[in-house]
Design a protein around this ligand. Structure first.
Ligand code: ADP
Length: 176
């Protein structure tokens, strides 16, 4: 499913983000940039040690912020590592932090003149964000960014399982 917003095509697809050939893929990292389970582990496994070497040099990334490294052996040239919030009941500023994780990743892409970027469903795995709320925040943030900024031609949301894809698709239909 896809829709053009201003000059940016927003695409939802099922798949494995490590196979994306956009300029950058986004990693749902942790604050220490230490690697881990889920999409983080998959990206480091597929991209090889050059990504972790840069992560160690950078040292860390606060929740809601983003940093950029090489894409190593991936088809994508860069990995943008962002840290989504752990969902702890919804009263700990989680929504603002999740929006910020998407927005800061898009800002880094723009600053680096990247034209295409692929996101996973940040915080919806180990970090337990309810998928419908995460989908709403992810999509509204990307749509607002596309309305306010030009330069990024394609934003892809790569959803690993069909339940998450379905939730994102239902939310996207309401927003466009
Ligand atoms: P977080 O700690 O931010 O919750 P996770 O990696 O645990 O990060 O999960 C985030 C989302 O990424 C989940 O929806 C999970 O199903 C998905 N995911 C896991 N592996 C991949 C992959 N290879 N490509 C795309 N998405 C993935």
């Amino acid at each position: 499913m896809e829709e053009k917003i201003n000059e940016t095509l927003i695409v939802l697809a099922c798949g494995d983000i490590t196979e994306e050939s956009t300029d950058a893929i986004v990693n749902a990292a942790n604050e220490r940039l230490a690697g881990g389970a889920g999409v983080d582990g998959a990206i480091h496994r597929a991209g090889g040690p050059a990504i972790m070497a840069e992560c160690r040099q950078i040292g860390g990334c606060p929740t809601g912020q983003a940093v950029i490294t090489t894409g190593g052996n991936l088809k994508a040239k860069y990995v943008i590592h962002t840290v989504g919030p752990i969902h702890r009941g919804g009263t700990k500023n989680e929504a603002k932090l999740l929006q910020s994780a998407y927005r800061e990743s898009l800002k880094i892409a723009l600053q680096n003149n990247l034209q295409s970027i692929s996101f996973p469903a940040i915080s919806t795995g180990v970090y337990s964000y309810p998928i419908d709320e995460a989908a709403h925040l992810a999509l509204t943030t990307c749509i607002d960014f596309a309305r306010g900024n030009t330069g990024i031609k394609v934003i892809r949301h790569i959803l690993f399982d069909s339940r998450v894809y379905k939730t994102f698709a239902e939310e996207f239909k309401k927003l466009i």
